[in-house]
Write a protein that binds this ligand. Sequence first.
Ligand SMILES: [Zn+2]
Ligand SMILES: [Zn+2]
Length: 235
Amino acid sequence: MNDIKINILASGSKGNCVVISDSGHRLIIDAGISYNQYLDGMSYDYYETEALFISHEHGDHCNYLNEYLRNGVNSYIGPNFFKNIQYSVYNIFLNKYEIMERVFTDNYEIIPIKMYHDCENCGFKITTKSGIKILFFTDTGAIKYIDEQFDYIIGECNYIEEIIKDNYHNEKIPLVAYERIMSYHMGLEDLIFFLKNQDLSITKKIISIHSSKNNSNKDIIKNELQRFGKIVEVY
Ligand SMILES: [Zn+2]
Ligand SMILES: [Zn+2]
């Protein structure tokens, strides 16, 4: 069988980077850590870096894009990202993806899907050459049920409603932040609602990402998600 690996090298508001490794090829999602940190994180294999996809233009997802370009990584950004992108010779490695338009790299087919955030943001439906299907989404207020099955689901679980409400009432977070997080990020309840509507019959693993340090609790998230009877990882 296949040797697919999914590494969450960084997750959360300080930086995000997910690496999918399959059949000798790596696909990176988001450049919220430096190129060297990425190399260090993946130093145990000699897979080829095939492409980098950026979900959206918040710093925790794209701060280090230029470094990846300078190192010759074929990078893909959304249709309206970086309106003021600066000229650099390394931009020969910069590509744009369109929502719902397939991108083919050597080992992967990637379909960007629209998310709901305070800037343009995309999730990705990814299929490996050997037919393994992965769904990725982060930084979104909600995600609609998708009429497809996925072997792996990597999805945001930023906060737990009870905890963030407590933090707001105890003045640990201001109203603007509270409202922004509740509107533009997925909470545990949102993720559970999505998973309940989704056909999980082939799903092997649920990986929850982008959890907030103060507004969530990884043990609770893990316990709740394990009710779906799948392997669960929480970052
Ligand atoms: Zn983020
Ligand atoms: Zn964001």
